[in-house]
Design a protein around this ligand. Structure first.
Ligand SMILES: [Zn+2]
Ligand SMILES: [Zn+2]
Length: 392
């Protein structure tokens, strides 16, 4: 068995240096120009065939082995978030209001290390590894942009692999989950129209604020009363815009939020109930309502056989890490767009370190992770890819 465990260890310093450089220079979705430039240059220095500008700012590097074989896709995301960093570290973000608060700086460094490790075995490689450096994961649009731009043809991959460094799990623990892993994401935009007027004379108005309050309260019955208890769904209202005076009942209220489910059937059920509640409650209160619900990304579902096989492979190749198949989260990830088309595995690589205070949640202004998780992620991702293209 190839020793990617020690190869990844040898690349530890270079991964940390790269990650910290990306961290200092974060770029928002579809603006990953500097990051993509470094990725493209590094990949071509490794001798990979590089395509840039795929889905706006995405980069594809193709590592072709000397022998025939299947194509494995290795995907990572590169974008940062509109968050002001509050960490006091020497590698803190130098761009105001932009921060790598999800760990995609680490993913980019990991995927480059995997490219470096596997390219050292090119003479033995039977098949190809297609490295997909994706923009705009945080807005759920980068994966489809790359797929629409031909990321999955020429060559067509047979397996897709990816990972997320994840602070809900301690460093050293890795979730290798067969089946559903992360939720499908939908968004809703609701407008409730009433009749504005003086707040002290409500009898002459139709209050859209009160109507929205009833709608939101009733909506919580969808999860508790309509979705079967062994299934999962989340409905969260996150944005509300109404009037701007103490003494005026506004004419209209706008409300937006998100819907998360693991199965499309449950998503459809939530959508159906959502419309019924909005129409019914609004009508009973004398308001008019407009509701638009959009499905953004499908759930992340790992291939059961691939996940089970890889867990066994990891347990043999890197027995010093802990593996669990018992992990799920309601966050969304547009890796699902790749997994929907090409079966594969998305790993959740534990990255929290409580003693060192590296355990803030993703998207928090003080998010940071234990950089040892990058070594683990790189070792496992290279091991998984090698299973398909590197004969013993
Ligand atoms: Zn994120
Ligand atoms: Zn993320």
């Amino acid at each position: 068995m190839n020793d990617f465990r020690s190869q990844a260890n040898a690349l530890r310093d270079s991964m940390i240096a790269r990650r910290r450089d990306f961290h200092q220079h974060p770029e928002l979705s579809f603006q990953e120009v500097r990051t993509a430039g470094i990725v493209a240059q590094t990949l071509s220095e490794l001798g990979l065939e590089v395509r840039t500008g795929v889905g706006k700012t995405g980069v594809i590097g193709l590592l072709e082995g000397d022998h025939e074989g299947p194509t494995v896709l290795v995907r990572c995301d590169m974008d940062a978030l509109p968050v002001q960093e509050e960490n006091d570290v020497e590698y803190r973000s130098q761009t105001p209001q932009v921060m790598h608060a999800c760990g995609h700086d680490g993913h980019t460094a990991v995927a480059l290390a995997v490219a470096e490790m596997l390219s050292q075995h090119r003479d033995k490689l039977a098949g190809s590894v297609k490295f997909v450096f994706q923009p705009a994961e945080e807005i759920g649009k980068g994966a489809m942009a790359m797929i629409d731009d031909g990321a999955l043809i020429d060559p067509v991959p047979q397996v897709s692999l990816g990972l997320h460094l994840w602070n809900e799990l301690p460093v050293g623990k890795v979730a290798v989950v067969p089946g559903p892993l992360l939720a499908g994401v939908g968004i809703f935009d609701l407008i409730v129209k009433g009749k504005g007027g003086h707040a002290a004379m409500p009898q002459y108005t139709i209050d859209p604020v009160l109507t929205l309050a009833h709608i939101l309260t009733t909506l919580q019955s969808v999860v508790s009363r309509n979705v079967p208890p062994i299934e999962t769904a989340v409905i969260s209202a996150t944005k509300i815009r109404a009037g701007d005076a103490y003494n005026v009942i506004p004419e209209r209220v706008e409300c937006s939020g998100t819907i998360r489910t693991f199965r499309n059937e449950i998503f459809d059920l939530v959508v159906e109930r959502f419309h019924k509640i909005v129409d019914g409650v609004a009508a009973s209160m004398g308001c008019e309502a407009q509701l638009v619900i959009q499905s953004m990304t499908p759930p992340v579902i790992n291939d059961v056989a691939i996940a089970q096989r890889m867990k066994a492979v990891f347990e043999e190749a890197a027995p010093d890490f802990t593996y669990t198949d018992n992990f799920r989260s309601m966050v969304g990830e547009d890796m699902s767009c790749f997994l929907d088309r090409i079966p594969g595995l998305f790993l959740m690589v534990g990255s929290a370190n409580h003693e060192r205070g590296l355990d803030y949640a993703h998207h928090h202004p003080r998010f940071d992770f234990d950089e040892d998780s990058m070594v683990i992620g790189a070792a496992l991702l290279a091991t998984a890819a090698a299973e398909y293209v590197l004969p013993e």
